[in-house]
Design a protein around this ligand. Structure first.
Ligand SMILES: Nc1nc2c(c(=O)[nH]1)N[C@H]1C(S)=C(S)[C@@H](COP(=O)(O)O)O[C@H]1N2
Ligand SMILES: [Mo]
Length: 253
């Protein structure tokens, strides 16, 4: 019960810990020619414009009355992986999330552990690049809580989300930088509109990264990895759609 042993620490980990990780990451990013060079045209503009107006600003949050009657699902709605299917059949009672890579202390956190952490509920609008939107209430712990528990090494620059599904024959995955990873609305959601996630919406756990477009919100997250570079991970562009269709890696809205 590694989580129970560390839960007490969670409460004590406040803004100070986050800030000390966030600021150096932020500074390093703006100074690094390799990162700047890796950004392309409009994406570059988008990202730096958003930075100028505040990457840390909050996405709009809505009222219950604004919630969409139906929240549509997109991309993978089911997962073929045998291990995943076994977990699903058990209601994810024995499932756990792995957090590893460039961290001092790799974590293996059961779903009930994630549910027992301090929760952030948020009613936000999901915008898919295909042109539809839906407003829903998401709930789960902030990603930053887990990153603080695992303690990022100073070399860590990106957080990669490995998913259990394959979409059109390729593993789905996504990645974000540390500014988004420590953003207060970046959560690991296990509930949508007051109920545990159904398969179509990414059970048992999916990313919500509210300042970016829908394809960044990895569903069926099974492993989170801290890395120094996105090179060498699948196609090397940081995500499924980035690799296959050259979608922007930074999809700010
Ligand atoms: N693992 C995984 N995550 C994914 C996808 C997917 O196919 N597989 N599709 C993405 C896209 S394009 C969108 S718009 C949202 C859809 O989330 P929803 O099905 O909960 O509406 O999930 C994103 N995350
Ligand atoms: Mo999407």
């Amino acid at each position: 019960m590694r989580l129970l042993a560390t839960r007490r620490r969670l409460i004590g980990l406040g803004a100070a810990g986050t800030g000390s990780l966030l600021l150096p990451g932020c500074d390093r990013l703006s100074e690094s020619p390799s990162v700047v060079g890796a950004l392309e045209g409009a994406e570059d503009l988008n990202r730096w414009t958003q930075r100028a107006f505040g990457r840390k600003a909050l996405a709009r949050e809505y009222r219950e009355a604004d919630m969409s009657p139906v929240f549509r699902a997109n991309g993978s709605r089911t997962v073929d992986d045998p291990a995943y299917r076994r977990h699903a059949a058990e209601g994810f009672a024995n499932w756990s999330l792995r957090l590893d890579g460039l961290v001092e202390r790799p974590l293996q956190v059961p779903l009930h552990g994630l549910r027992a952490m301090p929760q952030r509920p948020q009613i936000t609008r999901h915008d898919c690049v295909e042109g539809w939107s839906a407003i829903g209430r998401w709930q789960g712990p902030r990603l930053s809580l887990l990153l603080d528990l695992a303690r990022l090494r100073p070399e860590a620059r990106y957080i990669v989300f490995h998913c259990a599904d394959r979409y059109r024959g390729r593993s789905y995955y996504e990645s974000i930088d540390l500014v988004d990873a420590f953003h207060p609305q970046t959560i690991l959601a296990w509930a949508l509109n007051g109920a545990p996630l159904d398969a179509a919406h990414g059970a048992p756990l999916r990313l919500r990264v509210e300042r970016q477009l829908g394809y960044k919100h990895a569903k069926f997250v099974s492993r989170i990895e801290a890395v120094a570079s996105l090179e060498g991970i699948h196609g090397g562009r940081g995500g499924y759609w980035e690799d296959t269709e050259r979608y922007a890696w930074y999809a700010g809205i």
